[in-house]
Design a protein around this ligand. Structure first.
Ligand code: GAP
Length: 445
């Protein structure tokens, strides 16, 4: 994992937030390559959920919501983790932290950091929602919450979307947006952070058909993830046992990936029954039931939710793409060397191609610049004229750039360039006039 974190910083994928001030705990910033990679993943999700389906609408609800939303959703009362403090070293842990020996609050409870016995407090419930204040007065009446999931913005807009889009149940609403959780034990890079992005879709169905739709969405989500190019053997399902189920869920499955720190969830598919709409109906006093005009019956729809973390999915994509390989030296020396390469699916790669003049003379930089200017109107490409060609290839390997284009001595004679494939290292000559078509074909193929 350290190698990936170091590559992410070196190449500009992910930086620690406020690094010059020593960083802010478990908050991360996406650099020039990271923002492109995450955006490509989010766009692919949006396309498959919203644009390719006529039964799903998009939404962008505000992060700040009426405080009653979080009472109705059960988050004020139930979105908590059990927390223990060490009175000696002042560290804080989840009460179920496997590193704790003995029972917190009892003489045998042992602090995993300072090793003292009997210094751990009894567990108390700690709400994971970030609190803030609306308006200039910091009093209880002005308290609002930073949303811990995007789903609630969808539920409270369910009728607005239904009426304005003329959809009929079954139909869905999809949203991508920030969520915040004051996690007690964040960590593992962007895996568990305090500010993160979710890609969530709530599918509203007739009660009784929820089981069938739950299975349907499980299948669709796994297909989508496989479409990101993730290795099948690194993916598995985990069904929540009774004690694991969230307060809203009737049934839930996680999709897990084998990260370098072990198997962990990065997406959940949840059967939320009518919990959310019924609670909002009760707390708001507004009717949220649906009139089925074919049967002339009214019901509160059940909800099947697909909930993915954009950051965790980005981490899955990065972990799965990271490889170290022995390859031949590409500066012509007769030796092998180790390369680090991100074998990203070309469609997800932040940069689609890099353009190099072989040397900075004989008119090559001018031609290379022209080709680069032409390509960048259509694709995200990079220009590099620094260092040996082999070193430039290695830098692009680490960025996951699928193609490197070199303008050499032959280019001015026959208007062809070399195109080097990141994965096979093979080079072919392509007419510069046909370069864009060639790249587009390779990138979508
Ligand atoms: N609306 C349901 C919901 O929020 P969840 O299992 O709590 O369900 C869904 O979260 C997804 O959001 C997770 O699978 C994960 O990808 C992402 N996620 C949750 N907490 C996170 C955190 N602290 N940091 C990064 N991603 C997180």
């Amino acid at each position: 994992m350290e190698k990936l974190v170091s590559l992410a910083k070196r190449r500009g994928f992910v930086f620690q937030s406020s690094e010059i001030y020593g960083g802010l705990g478990s908050v991360w910033d996406y650099g020039p390559l990271g923002v492109e990679l995450k955006k490509n993943i989010k766009e692919r999700w949006w396309r498959s959920m919203v644009h390719e389906r006529e039964d799903i609408e998009g939404l962008d609800a505000a992060i700040l919501m009426h405080p009653k939303v979080w009472e109705a959703s059960g988050h004020v009362a139930g979105f908590t983790d059990p927390l223990v403090d060490c009175k000696h070293c002042k560290n804080r842990f989840r009460a179920d932290d496997p590193k704790i020996k003995g029972t917190p609050g009892q003489p045998d409870g042992q602090c995993p950091v300072c090793g003292m016995k009997g210094t751990l407090t009894a567990p108390r419930q700690f709400n994971l929602m970030f609190k803030t204040f609306m308006g200039p007065v910091e009093e209880d009446a002005a308290v609002i919450w930073m949303r811990p999931e995007t789903a609630q913005g969808i539920y409270v807009n369910y009728l607005n979307v239904l009426q304005s889009s003329r959809q009929k149940v079954p139909f869905g609403i999809a949203q991508i947006g920030k969520a915040f959780r004051n996690e007690i034990t964040p960590g593992n890079f962007v895996f568990r952070t305090r500010e993160f992005e979710q890609m969530e879709m709530q599918f509203f169905v007739k009660p009784g058909s929820d089981g069938e739709w739950f299975e349907f969405w499980r299948g669709e989500r796994m297909k989508w993830i496989q479409g990101l190019g993730i290795r099948q053997e690194k993916l598995r399902w985990h069904q929540h046992g009774k004690t694991e189920l969230a307060h809203y869920a009737k049934d839930a499955y996680d999709i897990e990936y084998e990260f370098p720190f072990g198997w962990n969830e990065f997406e959940g598919i949840h059967n939320r029954g009518d919990f959310d709409l019924s609670r909002h109906q009760e707390y708001s006093g507004k009717k949220l039931d649906y009139l089925d005009t074919t049967t002339n019956t009214r019901f509160v729809p059940n909800v099947v939710e697909t909930s993915a973390g954009a950051d965790r999915t980005t981490l899955v994509v990065l972990c799965d793409a990271y490889r170290e390989e022995a390859v031949k030296n590409e500066d012509g020396a007769d030796k092998e060397e180790l390369r680090v390469v991100l074998k990203l699916k070309p469609e997800l790669a932040p940069l689609k191609a890099a353009v190099f003049p072989l040397v900075n003379k004989d008119g090559m930089p001018d031609i290379a610049r022209r080709i680069y200017d032409d390509l960048r109107k259509r694709l995200n490409v990079f220009y590099d004229d620094g260092g040996s060609i082999g070193r430039r290839y290695r830098r692009q390997d680490e960025a996951g750039t699928p193609f490197c284009i070199t303008i050499d001595g032959q280019t001015s004679q026959d208007q062809t360039v070399t195109v080097r494939d990141r994965d096979t290292l093979k080079q072919i000559r392509v007419a510069s006039a046909k370069l864009l078509d060639y790249l587009k074909e390779q990138l979508t193929g």
